[in-house]
Design a protein around this ligand. Structure first.
Ligand SMILES: [Zn+2]
Ligand SMILES: [Zn+2]
Length: 175
Protein backbone atom coordinates (compact mmCIF):
# COMPACT_ATOMS: atom_id res chain seq x y z
CA UNK A 1 0.00 0.00 0.00
CA UNK A 2 1.18 3.45 -0.89
CA UNK A 3 2.28 5.81 1.84
CA UNK A 4 -0.58 8.11 2.86
CA UNK A 5 0.36 11.61 1.67
CA UNK A 6 -1.42 13.24 4.60
CA UNK A 7 0.41 11.41 7.38
CA UNK A 8 3.38 13.24 8.86
CA UNK A 9 5.86 12.13 11.49
CA UNK A 10 5.86 14.50 14.45
CA UNK A 11 8.23 12.72 16.85
CA UNK A 12 10.87 15.42 16.68
CA UNK A 13 8.36 18.28 16.86
CA UNK A 14 6.81 16.79 19.98
CA UNK A 15 10.09 16.82 21.90
CA UNK A 16 9.68 20.58 22.32
CA UNK A 17 6.40 22.14 23.43
CA UNK A 18 5.41 25.14 21.33
CA UNK A 19 7.67 24.15 18.46
CA UNK A 20 6.17 24.72 15.02
CA UNK A 21 7.01 23.40 11.59
CA UNK A 22 5.75 24.32 8.15
CA UNK A 23 3.60 21.65 6.58
CA UNK A 24 2.79 21.32 2.89
CA UNK A 25 0.90 18.22 1.83
CA UNK A 26 -0.72 17.23 -1.42
CA UNK A 27 -2.56 14.09 -2.36
CA UNK A 28 -5.61 12.45 -3.81
CA UNK A 29 -8.81 13.69 -2.19
CA UNK A 30 -10.62 10.39 -2.46
CA UNK A 31 -8.31 7.45 -3.22
CA UNK A 32 -10.89 4.83 -2.19
CA UNK A 33 -13.88 6.38 -3.98
CA UNK A 34 -15.97 6.46 -0.82
CA UNK A 35 -16.51 10.23 -0.89
CA UNK A 36 -18.12 10.35 -4.32
CA UNK A 37 -21.35 12.30 -4.55
CA UNK A 38 -24.28 9.98 -3.73
CA UNK A 39 -26.34 11.44 -6.59
CA UNK A 40 -24.90 12.08 -10.08
CA UNK A 41 -24.45 15.81 -10.64
CA UNK A 42 -24.12 16.71 -6.99
CA UNK A 43 -20.98 18.65 -6.37
CA UNK A 44 -17.86 16.64 -5.63
CA UNK A 45 -14.12 16.72 -6.05
CA UNK A 46 -13.60 15.21 -9.54
CA UNK A 47 -12.15 11.72 -9.91
CA UNK A 48 -8.42 11.87 -9.37
CA UNK A 49 -8.70 15.37 -7.94
CA UNK A 50 -6.00 16.42 -5.53
CA UNK A 51 -6.24 18.47 -2.38
CA UNK A 52 -3.51 20.62 -0.87
CA UNK A 53 -2.87 21.52 2.73
CA UNK A 54 -0.58 24.45 3.28
CA UNK A 55 0.06 25.50 6.85
CA UNK A 56 1.89 24.71 10.04
CA UNK A 57 1.86 22.11 12.78
CA UNK A 58 2.54 23.07 16.38
CA UNK A 59 3.39 20.97 19.40
CA UNK A 60 0.93 21.42 22.30
CA UNK A 61 0.51 19.44 25.54
CA UNK A 62 -0.68 15.91 24.62
CA UNK A 63 -0.93 16.74 20.96
CA UNK A 64 -0.61 18.89 17.89
CA UNK A 65 -2.44 21.85 16.44
CA UNK A 66 -2.61 21.99 12.65
CA UNK A 67 -3.60 25.23 10.99
CA UNK A 68 -3.54 26.51 7.46
CA UNK A 69 -5.52 26.39 4.27
CA UNK A 70 -7.08 23.51 2.38
CA UNK A 71 -7.53 24.00 -1.36
CA UNK A 72 -8.98 21.88 -4.12
CA UNK A 73 -11.47 22.06 -6.99
CA UNK A 74 -15.03 20.82 -7.27
CA UNK A 75 -17.46 20.08 -10.07
CA UNK A 76 -21.17 19.47 -10.39
CA UNK A 77 -24.15 20.60 -12.45
CA UNK A 78 -26.30 23.72 -12.18
CA UNK A 79 -29.43 22.91 -10.23
CA UNK A 80 -31.62 24.86 -12.66
CA UNK A 81 -30.22 24.30 -16.16
CA UNK A 82 -28.01 21.21 -15.61
CA UNK A 83 -24.96 22.74 -17.29
CA UNK A 84 -21.58 21.62 -15.89
CA UNK A 85 -20.27 23.93 -13.20
CA UNK A 86 -17.21 23.92 -11.01
CA UNK A 87 -15.03 26.04 -8.86
CA UNK A 88 -12.32 26.29 -6.27
CA UNK A 89 -12.43 25.47 -2.60
CA UNK A 90 -10.10 27.43 -0.35
CA UNK A 91 -10.88 27.08 3.33
CA UNK A 92 -9.00 27.96 6.49
CA UNK A 93 -8.62 25.17 9.04
CA UNK A 94 -7.36 25.01 12.59
CA UNK A 95 -7.78 21.74 14.46
CA UNK A 96 -6.32 19.93 17.44
CA UNK A 97 -5.05 16.36 17.32
CA UNK A 98 -4.67 14.82 20.74
CA UNK A 99 -3.93 11.45 22.29
CA UNK A 100 -6.95 9.56 23.57
CA UNK A 101 -9.38 12.13 22.18
CA UNK A 102 -12.82 11.81 23.79
CA UNK A 103 -15.94 12.89 21.88
CA UNK A 104 -16.29 16.03 24.04
CA UNK A 105 -12.75 17.09 23.13
CA UNK A 106 -13.82 18.06 19.61
CA UNK A 107 -10.40 17.02 18.43
CA UNK A 108 -8.97 14.48 16.05
CA UNK A 109 -7.07 11.51 17.37
CA UNK A 110 -3.29 11.59 17.38
CA UNK A 111 -1.86 8.09 17.08
CA UNK A 112 1.58 8.13 18.62
CA UNK A 113 4.03 10.15 16.61
CA UNK A 114 2.13 9.88 13.35
CA UNK A 115 -0.16 12.80 12.60
CA UNK A 116 -2.85 11.92 10.06
CA UNK A 117 -4.20 15.16 8.63
CA UNK A 118 -6.35 13.31 6.07
CA UNK A 119 -9.59 13.30 8.13
CA UNK A 120 -9.31 17.05 8.87
CA UNK A 121 -8.52 17.89 5.24
CA UNK A 122 -11.37 15.78 3.84
CA UNK A 123 -13.89 17.01 6.42
CA UNK A 124 -13.03 20.61 5.56
CA UNK A 125 -13.57 19.99 1.84
CA UNK A 126 -16.82 18.07 2.27
CA UNK A 127 -18.26 20.90 4.38
CA UNK A 128 -17.39 23.44 1.67
CA UNK A 129 -18.84 21.57 -1.32
CA UNK A 130 -21.79 23.57 -2.67
CA UNK A 131 -25.03 21.71 -1.94
CA UNK A 132 -27.03 23.07 -4.86
CA UNK A 133 -24.71 24.93 -7.25
CA UNK A 134 -25.85 27.46 -9.85
CA UNK A 135 -24.03 28.30 -13.09
CA UNK A 136 -24.68 31.93 -12.18
CA UNK A 137 -27.03 33.70 -9.77
CA UNK A 138 -29.57 34.69 -12.39
CA UNK A 139 -29.79 31.31 -14.15
CA UNK A 140 -33.26 31.03 -15.73
CA UNK A 141 -33.20 27.25 -15.89
CA UNK A 142 -34.92 25.02 -18.44
CA UNK A 143 -38.45 25.40 -19.79
CA UNK A 144 -40.60 22.88 -17.93
CA UNK A 145 -42.58 22.21 -21.11
CA UNK A 146 -40.07 21.95 -23.97
CA UNK A 147 -36.79 21.70 -22.04
CA UNK A 148 -35.17 24.65 -23.84
CA UNK A 149 -32.42 26.50 -22.00
CA UNK A 150 -34.14 29.78 -21.11
CA UNK A 151 -30.75 31.47 -20.65
CA UNK A 152 -30.49 31.41 -24.44
CA UNK A 153 -33.78 33.28 -24.85
CA UNK A 154 -37.50 32.62 -24.63
CA UNK A 155 -38.64 29.32 -26.16
CA UNK A 156 -42.10 30.41 -27.27
CA UNK A 157 -44.01 28.13 -24.94
CA UNK A 158 -47.09 29.55 -23.25
CA UNK A 159 -46.00 30.53 -19.75
CA UNK A 160 -47.61 28.11 -17.33
CA UNK A 161 -49.67 29.66 -14.53
CA UNK A 162 -47.56 30.31 -11.46
CA UNK A 163 -48.72 27.70 -8.93
CA UNK A 164 -48.36 30.24 -6.13
CA UNK A 165 -51.20 32.29 -7.68
CA UNK A 166 -53.45 29.33 -8.49
CA UNK A 167 -55.79 30.15 -5.60
CA UNK A 168 -56.10 33.74 -6.77
CA UNK A 169 -56.91 32.55 -10.28
CA UNK A 170 -59.81 30.55 -8.84
CA UNK A 171 -61.05 33.59 -6.93
CA UNK A 172 -60.75 35.73 -10.04
CA UNK A 173 -62.72 33.29 -12.22
CA UNK A 174 -65.98 34.91 -13.38
CA UNK A 175 -69.16 33.59 -11.79
ZN1 LIG B 1 -27.75 27.26 -14.81
ZN1 LIG C 1 -40.56 25.91 -23.81
Amino acid sequence: MAIDPFVVGVARLRTQLGATAPCHLQGLFDPSGELKAPVPGESEVPDGGEVIFDGTVESIPKGIVASGRVTTTWEGVCRRCAVDVGGEIDVAVRERFIEKAAPEDEAYLLKGDLLDLGPMIRDAVVLELPIAPLCHEGCKGLCTQCGADLNEGPCGCEAPGDPRWATLDVLRRPE
